[in-house]
Design a protein around this ligand. Structure first.
Ligand SMILES: CSC[C@H]1O[C@@H](n2cnc3c(O)ncnc32)[C@H](O)[C@@H]1O
Ligand SMILES: [Zn+2]
Length: 435
């Protein structure tokens, strides 16, 4: 049988259907999909590939899914550091956004983040930012998968005047993007402290009608929880639950403040958590009790958050931080194993986005979203355990090749859909303006 491409790898970690590492294994790709996963020798007997790629020093893993970011904020990386969330947001980030955010800013900032993400093995990002139409357009142009946030605030910004306008623009954009192969959409109310009850109720109704997900910052800091409790007698989590938002189509981002009772309660709802350990550590927000959440059966995905609070878009690093932090805070070295960390960055992200039929593992029938990591560098030798080298030692500079829906977007470290030289010029121009 003739097929488009055969990837012959030294190691292959499919994540699903089995948590194993195969040695000398091939992925067979046709029409943008994985059609077989089998031993190298068998693959050559069974298929006549139009192209063969030998990856004999490499491990193949599923494309990494960055389940929470604000891509265009890459242009704000380093403008305000070493500050707690509300000081950072209210006194630095929001004033800068008010002054600078435009369609051109979002186009160039999103391109900068996409270049960084592709070079680091991220094949899908879940975004929440102004001008989501531009975010979608840039993702399509550069061949990366994106879930675009239909943002809502209860006050005017550069994108809309009031909650109803945010919602109507979001619904129109959802309709425009409905048939885009690499794009999905999600309602994205910013946070409990910036969106009132009525628009949240409306979003629940729209999300149900359109079978869409909802993506929201929630319980990010102790301050957020205490302030709302003092004002209303309720935690933000209880309020969001009373408004009917907590269902399997909801992603609560951060969730650093959770009691054991709240973990049990959240698990019952089927809602997902997106853990952003590096942003939480840098803003000193706390951290999500991931080991306890996973044990309770909550699906926990991983995100970097924007580069103004991280300060990068490096999902390999985020995986390592998630695994190490969970062990450190639980006092249990088995908490968040290397396989669990890889799952959080792949299949769990796909589940949170409702895309697990399509992406998140190297399984037959799924899209060919694949990352090759070269483990021959001294930094990742010897390779007794490829999975441990990926999670605990590899750096994003070892990501050699990336395919999304079968298209090669990184070829031996070269981006195929973005010109880095030209991107650097655009970024430097923004730096001069912002300075
Ligand atoms: C609705 S557009 C996104 C909005 O969120 C701001 N933001 C970035 N990071 C965080 C965070 O960790 N918590 C809360 N809000 C954040 C971003 O600057 C935009 O204004
Ligand atoms: Zn965020």
């Amino acid at each position: 049988m003739q097929v488009d491409l055969l990837l012959q790898a030294r190691w292959l970690i499919p994540v699903e259907p089995e948590s194993v590492t195969h040695e000398n294994y091939s992925l067979v790709i046709d029409d943008g999909k994985i059609i077989d996963v089998l031993d190298n020798a068998e693959a050559l007997q069974k298929y006549q590939p139009r192209a063969v790629e030998k990856l004999d020093r490499h491990v193949l893993i599923p494309g990494l899914i960055n389940c929470h970011t604000h891509a265009a904020m890459s242009l704000l990386s380093g403008i305000a550091d070493d500050l707690p969330l509300m000081d950072w947001l209210q006194n630095h980030i929001w004033p800068a956004e008010q002054k600078w955010v435009s369609e051109a800013f979002v186009r160039d900032g999103t391109d900068l983040a996409i270049a960084e993400m592709l070079r680091g093995g991220t094949t899908c990002f879940n975004d929440m930012y102004f001008f989501p139409d531009v975010v979608a357009q840039q993702a399509i142009a550069h061949g990366i998968r994106a879930n675009v946030g239909l943002i809502v605030f209860d006050f005017p910004t550069v994108w809309a005047e009031n909650a109803d306008v945010y919602l109507s623009k979001g619904l129109a954009l959802h309709e425009t993007l409905r048939h885009e192969r690499l794009i999905s959409t999600s309602f994205a109310p910013h946070a409990p402290y910036t969106v009132s009850d009525e628009p949240l109720r409306k979003m629940r109704t729209f999300a149900d009608e359109l079978d869409a997900t909802i993506h929201m910052h929630l319980h990010e800091t102790r301050h957020e929880v205490l302030e709302q409790q003092q004002k209303t007698g309720q935690t933000p989590l209880r309020r969001i639950s009373d408004l009917g938002l907590l269902t399997p189509s909801f992603m609560g981002v951060h969730m650093t403040q959770l009691s054991s009772e709240e973990i049990e309660f959240y698990a019952q709802t089927g809602a997902h958590i997106v853990h952003c350990p590096e942003s939480n550590l840098k803003l000193a927000s706390g951290f999500c009790p991931v080991a306890a959440c996973l044990n309770a059966g909550i699906n926990v995905a991983l995100g970097t958050d924007g580069a103004a609070s991280n300060n990068d878009q490096d999902m390999l690093a985020e995986m390592r931080t998630a695994a190490l932090l969970a062990k450190g805070v639980s006092g249990n070295a088995s908490a968040v194993s290397a396989m669990q960390a890889l799952k959080m960055a792949t299949i769990n992200g796909a589940k949170a986005l409702g895309l697990d039929d399509e992406i998140g593992s190297l399984s037959i029938g799924k899209a060919a979203d694949i990352v090759a990591i070269d483990l021959s560098d001294v930094e990742t030798q010897p390779v007794f355990n490829p999975l441990a080298q990926v999670v605990y030692a590899a750096s994003r500079h070892q990501v050699s090749d990336v395919w999304i829906a079968g298209k090669r977007v990184l070829n031996k470290r070269q981006l195929t859909t973005l010109d880095l030289h030209e991107l650097r010029h655009r970024t430097e121009a923004w730096q001069r303006r912002l300075a």
